[in-house]
Design a protein around this ligand. Structure first.
Ligand code: TMP
Ligand code: ZN
Length: 405
């Protein structure tokens, strides 16, 4: 028995994905004996409509001086954040000498655009290695976890903020109620809290269960965000669906009564009800869809193996850790995973210990099949990989369902 992380109502897990390692915990063989696993169970709270992990490893195990995720590895994400920054500037940073705070600012891919425009800004980033990269792009960062104490420190030093934004960060923060409190401390009366994260609606529609991993303690919907931030005096003022990360939602919250509410808020709340995002039965169907997806993917890979085909993985994403461990897929089915991130290369994938090699190894000798783990970057990857396809290479995909393409 456990309690909802958002509203404290008792919740029951509706599904377990089994023993999971740290999603970004790429490791060397000498570290196998110390590898950490936790049981990845998920629950849906019917009281506040929040989808959540029951157990989560300590944040220090996931976000540290060797954090393996750099936003800049994706050109499409860099372009996305340039557009995001422009939108932020034009919509919410229009006052005199505005101040923008970003949570989980990573390597500064978003704030760099504000820095260039001479806008006062501060990134709050717990992983020192990625924050150091941001500094190289003239982005000011505070190496810290964000919460009410950090908010007070920032307020004392810089004054109130016009915007607090976060992209693919909020769903990582277990103490969500403290974030509402912290936003209340740091934001101006008319200030806004903006965040975007993988959207529960897309996960349910596409059975993209790989969005569920240790770092993603929540998968939000407009209903859950409204329940979580309402008690802190905030209301949804806009909702903007995004294509990033396989389907995300951007939530814009302001203090109640301070802003005009966009019509998209009502529209999306209605859509969520129609999709069943406020109904526990939806999650039982989701579990069945995950089980079906697993059976199909394993069967495709075993079939290719039995035909003597060479199969590799494309993109050692955090999401792939869930797929590989839930489906019990190891080096016997996938020869290696190609990834462009230097600190992942030469290591082994968390839990299943598939070698991670440089992209050059993929390019040097194309396999017969590549499993598209980085499916959220599909447009960018297809544009780059005409050579692989011309050489007869095919993709194994698993979203929205396992297939060869
Ligand atoms: P993400 O899905 O969490 O954004 O991680 C994407 C991972 O995929 C990251 O480790 C970089 C890797 N990657 C490639 O190896 N090649 C590519 O073309 C892209 C876009 C990403
Ligand atoms: Zn709840």
């Amino acid at each position: 028995m456990s309690n909802c992380r958002a509203c404290n109502t008792e919740v029951q897990p509706f599904m377990s994905f089994g023993q999971m390692p740290i999603a970004n915990g790429f490791l060397k063989e000498t570290e196998f004996s110390d590898e950490y696993f936790f049981e990845m169970e998920v629950a849906f709270c019917s009281a506040c409509n929040t989808f959540q992990l029951i157990n989560q490893p300590d944040p220090e195990r996931m976000f540290h001086e060797n954090y393996a995720f750099f936003t800049r590895t994706s050109r499409a994400m860099v372009a996305h954040f340039a557009i995001f920054a422009d939108w932020l500037k034009g919509s919410y940073l229009t006052g005199e000498n505005p101040f923008a705070v970003e949570l989980g600012s990573n390597d500064g891919a978003m704030l760099e655009n504000l820095a260039k425009a001479g806008i006062r800004h501060l990134g709050v980033e717990p992983s020192a290695n990625v924050a150091a990269e941001a500094e190289k792009h003239d982005v000011k960062s505070l190496v810290a976890f964000f919460g009410s104490k950090t908010a007070q420190d920032i307020l004392d030093e810089h004054g109130p903020a016009d915007t607090i934004s976060a992209a693919n960060v909020m769903c990582h923060i277990p103490a969500m109620n403290d974030i509402g409190h912290a936003a209340d401390i740091l934001l101006k009366e008319t200030g806004v809290l903006i965040f975007e994260d993988p959207y529960l609606g897309d996960v349910i529609e596409k059975t993209s269960y790989d969005q569920i991993y240790d770092e993603h303690v929540f998968l939000f919907s407009a209903h859950s965000v409204s329940s979580i931030f309402g008690p802190h005096g905030f209301e949804l003022i806009d909702l903007l669906p995004q294509k990033t990360h396989g389907g995300s939602m951007r939530y814009v919250l302001g203090r109640k009564g301070q802003h005009v509410i966009s019509s998209s808020v009502r529209e999306i709340l209605n859509k969520e009800q129609a999709l069943g995002l406020t109904d526990a039965a939806t999650f039982d169907r989701f579990r069945e869809n995950c089980e079906r997806s697993r059976t199909m993917l394993v069967s495709i890979l075993k079939d290719l193996k039995s035909k003597g085909k060479r199969v590799v993985g494309y993109g050692a994403t955090s999401k792939s850790t869930t797929v590989l461990n839930y489906c019990d897929i190891g080096p016997e089915l996938i020869e290696f995973i190609s990834d462009t991130t230097p600190i992942k290369q030469g290591k082994l994938s968390p839990g299943k210990h598939i070698p991670v090699l440089a992209y050059e190894d993929f390019k040097a000798k194309y396999p017969d099949y590549a499993v598209l783990f980085a499916w959220n970057h599909e447009v960018e990857i297809m544009a780059n990989e005409q050579g692989f396809m011309d050489a007869g290479g095919q993709w194994v995909v698993f979203v929205p369902e396992p297939a060869i393409r």
